[in-house]
Design a protein around this ligand. Structure first.
Ligand code: 13P
Length: 251
């Protein structure tokens, strides 16, 4: 049944991209129709570029998203951006709980859950990231960490339409290392069991993305793994050719 889930290839540009990056985004828009049969495409540029990219993407086959939001809709929170503001700029999905935010900003599961609810309040889709560190993996804690983060970060009311899970082992991010297909199958299968037991039919249909050093050369193998419903791509999403090649690798 999960085989029927349409893959999502999401690019997380992180803190990369000036106005001149619009040319690369144009190349993604131009190539998108060719891969539209394979996967939905989403690009999450830095917040400064969302409005301009969303204007360009209007009516095209690439959606525009954001990388984080504040849980509140407005208020005295200098430097923060509300989900409503991101949606107003054109973001239709917002990543929350990325491991870089968990590490750099000490974000807790409880805060991430609030952020996911803020994303819904703004009418967007929450992409909630989870994943173990190298030390946790070495200690044999991977499944415990995944279970704890899922339980703590996903709000009640999560559905296949309003929430996407991204499993990103921290040790695989930006390192060129990836888990084996067997490891990915085991962990995604475990995530699917937990989602199904908590969210029933929605858990069966919810997308589970893999993230961490996805590139054109390994995308087809990773995307073919059971319960992998797309990818959250960092570095390789900055180049249109690589990003589109990853989407082409979807089964
Ligand atoms: P890389 O693809 O650069 O490893 O980054 C993965 C990631 O963190 C996406 O959110």
């Amino acid at each position: 049944m999960t085989d029927a889930i349409r893959p999502l290839i999401a690019g997380n540009w992180k803190m990369n991209g000036l106005k001149a990056a619009a040319a690369e985004f144009d190349a993604m828009l131009n190539g998108a129709a060719e891969v539209a049969g394979k996967a939905d495409l989403l690009v999450c540029p830095p917040a400064t570029l969302i409005a301009a990219f969303a204007d360009k993407a209007h009516g095209k086959k690439v959606a525009v998203g954001a990388q984080d939001c504040h849980p509140k809709a407005s208020g005295a929170h200098t430097g923060d951006i509300a989900a409503e503001m991101l949606a107003d700029a054109g973001a239709t999905a917002i990543i929350v709980g990325h491991s870089e935010r968990r590490a750099d900003h000490g974000e807790s599961d409880a805060l991430i859950r609030q952020k996911a609810e803020a994303v819904w309040r703004a009418g967007a889709v929450a992409i909630v990231c989870i994943g173990e560190t190298q030390a946790q993996r070495d200690a044999g804690q991977t499944l415990d960490i995944v279970r704890g983060q899922l339980n703590g970060s996903l709000p009640d009311g999560s559905t296949a339409a309003n929430l996407v899970v991204a499993y990103e082992p921290v040790w695989a991010i930006g390192t060129g290392l990836t888990p084996t297909s067997e490891d990915v199958e085991q962990i995604h299968g475990f995530i699917r069991e937990l989602l199904t037991s908590r969210f029933k039919a929605d858990g069966v249909a919810m997308r589970i993305l893999y993230g961490g050093s996805v590139k054109p050369s390994n995308a087809a193998e990773l995307m073919a793994v059971k319960n992998v419903n797309g990818a959250l791509v960092g570095g390789a999403s900055l180049k249109a050719a690589d990003f589109l090649a990853i989407a082409k690798g979807c089964p």
